[in-house]
Design a protein around this ligand. Structure first.
Ligand code: NAI
Length: 248
């Protein structure tokens, strides 16, 4: 990475109050970027931005729900008013409600798809409108290995994560000649509050015999936004300790 290439630039992060989004906020700040976080968790979001600001970085928190287009329009406008541009965006806010194809209700489908798929599309739409105006930009979406393989018992989540990869590829093609790159990361199990809540014994499912740390995703997101990955767009980067590399 070129020294100082992120200095004074701005990243817009969704779901930055916790887990992977939180780690992404710290990772971008550590390379000199201004950080603009949106989340529905006001306490968590403010805690992250307070920590970054206290350690000499520049971070702003904005309460917004990715399911609501007005919230997104307002947040993008406020970020541009504050920092002048959105150089990078990390779309990452997500939820999981585990249910099967038969047990899923319309209500669960709506909630998961609205957050994990419509929310990504809405954020990308308004980030891209701004990036096209600027003539540059770089977007990374958090999908999952669940976007690449099926997952029994997690139907709407699995569908949403497959959808994010489609969104990423299509938007990447639509913007490839506009100086805007769009990629996604596909994490395996990562040590976030969410995983702590959900499962034990996940380490053994990964050939490396451990789950990942949020920083291992955040570092890849920063790399995908850097000039070191300048010819990569429409890509889904698997970061899973070998979990879906094959049978083992
Ligand atoms: P987390 O629960 O720690 O963080 C998610 C954040 O999104 C929270 O701060 C939450 O308040 C926010 N959020 C939820 N709904 C929102 C909404 N409607 N509007 C705005 N913000 C909202 O979860 P974690 O683990 O950091 O997950 C982040 C992303 O990574 C998700 O998209 C998840 O699907 C993906 N992922 C996580 C994996 C893991 O093992 N932790 C594995 C693969 C993907």
């Amino acid at each position: 990475m070129e020294n100082g290439e992120f200095k004074g630039k701005t990243v817009f992060i969704t779901g930055g109050a916790s887990g992977i989004g939180r780690a992404s906020a710290f990772a971008f700040s550590s390379v000199g970027a201004n950080v603009y976080i949106i989340d529905i968790d006001e306490h968590g979001g403010k805690t992250v931005t307070n920590e970054i600001n206290a350690s000499g970085g520049i971070a702003v928190f904005h309460v917004a729900d990715v399911r609501n287009e007005h919230d997104i329009i307002h947040a993008v406008e406020a970020c541009v008013r504050q920092f002048g541009a959105i150089d990078f965006a990390h779309n990452n806010a997500g939820i999981v409600i585990s249910t099967t194809t038969l047990a899923c209700t319309e209500e669960i489908w709506q909630k998961v798809i609205d957050t994990n798929l419509k929310g990504y599309w809405l954020c990308m739409k308004h980030e891209l409108l701004q990036m096209q105006k600027q003539g540059f930009g770089n977007i990374v979406n958090t999908s999952s290995i669940s976007g690449l393989i099926g997952r029994a018992g997690d139907m709407p989540y699995n569908v949403s994560k497959h959808g994010i990869i489609g969104l990423t590829k299509t938007a990447a093609l639509e913007n490839a000649d506009k100086n805007i790159r769009i990629n996604c990361v596909c994490p395996g199990a990562i040590q976030t509050p969410w995983v702590k809540r959900v499962t034990k014994g996940l380490n053994e499912l990964h050939p490396m015999k451990r789950i990942g740390q949020p920083e291992e995703i955040a570092n890849a997101v920063v790399w995908l936004c850097s000039e070191d990955s300048s010819f990569i767009t429409g890509h889904s980067l698997v970061i899973d300790g070998g979990r879906i590399a094959g049978e083992w």
